[in-house]
Design a binder for this molecule. Structure first.
Ligand SMILES: Nc1ncnc2c1ncn2[C@@H]1O[C@H](COP(=O)(O)OP(=O)(O)OP(=O)(O)O)[C@@H](O)[C@H]1O
Ligand SMILES: [Mg+2]
Length: 274
């Protein structure tokens, strides 16, 4: 359904050229949850931003295609791309406060894509926004609708951001480290929510994380990125159990709280006030 072909991106800084994504190709099947893992700086976010049409100006596309169904997104004008954003492709980020407007009520923010992409009446939009808040399992939607982001907890804000992203039922949701800033319990509940939304609306999800354990929990397939290239690709469970490259092995070794016992000791240390 979405096909990335031979995508390359570089940055130019002080006359120096830095390749950040080099000739990567992959596809996201209809309704699939695909993971991208890799160490910091491996090009995950750049890949995501390019797909979402949000690449910064300093970044230069060297070539490639991103097909959504039969349309190559990279050939679209900025105006045409805005038609796609929020309607067919949405993106959520690590820090909801950067995505949410602190001065705008929650309801209005969840409705934003409906204002841009539909001709629904005010009342119809409100209904859909309340429904989206319900979809992300927030209670007292009517009350939330009139509140401001700072009145909510981090986990709730993350849910509001997801509600705003899915209110138009996009075909693809790009989630860039959406749980990294959250505590473990909240992280788990957001992962469960994404899985539910994927099943309920058959929405494809591109899930980015540096944590292979989280990816393994959520995704059926995974791409491993290093220095802008895909070094390993396949069934998430298989890669987690039997990584083929030393780099992937290292990523697995580096997972915090990888075993029950280390999580246990971490808890003990926390209790001891260390
Ligand atoms: N504005 C910029 N100017 C120059 N280089 C940049 C800029 N933004 C990112 N880069 C470079 O692009 C490369 C890829 O960055 P990217 O943000 O995609 O990594 P990432 O895999 O998402 O890392 P992280 O796990 O830390 O989020 C990095 O080497 C980074 O230094
Ligand atoms: Mg990133």
């Amino acid at each position: 359904m979405m096909k990335v072909e031979n995508l390359s991106i570089h940055f130019e800084q002080d006359g120096e050229l830095q390749e950040v994504v080099r000739d990567i190709s992959f596809c996201l099947q209809d309704g699939e949850i695909l993971g991208i893992v890799g160490e910091s700086g491996s090009g995950k976010t750049m890949t995501a931003l390019t797909i979402a049409g949000l690449l910064k100006e300093q970044a230069v596309l060297d070539g490639g295609s991103i097909f959504l169904d039969d349309t190559d997104l990279l050939t679209l004008s900025a105006r045409e791309m805005r038609e796609i954003q929020g309607r067919d492709i949405s993106m959520i980020f690590q820090e909801p406060m950067t995505a949410l407007n602190p001065t705008m009520k929650i309801g209005r923010q969840v409705e934003e894509s409906l204002v841009l992409h539909t001709k629904l009446s005010k009342e119809e939009r409100r209904e859909k926004a309340l429904r989206a808040l319900q979809d992300v399992e927030l209670v007292n939607q009517e009350d939330l609708y009139g509140r401001y982001p700072h009145e909510l907890s981090g986990g709730m804000r993350q849910r509001v951001m997801i509600a705003a992203a899915i209110v138009c039922r996009p075909k693809v949701l790009i989630a860039d480290e959406p749980t990294t800033a959250l505590d473990v319990g909240t992280q788990e509940s957001i992962l469960k929510l994404l899985k539910k939304l994927n099943q309920k609306y058959h929405m494809g999800i591109l899930f980015i994380s540096h944590n292979l354990r989280v990816v393994n929990e959520l995704c059926s397939r995974v791409l491993v990125m290093k220095d802008g290239v895909i070094v390993e690709e396949g069934d998430a469970e298989k890669i987690f159990k039997n990584p083929q490259t030393p780099y992937t092995k290292e990523l697995i070794q580096a997972i915090p709280g990888r075993t029950k016992s280390s999580a246990f000791y971490k808890l003990l240390r926390a209790k001891a006030g260390e």
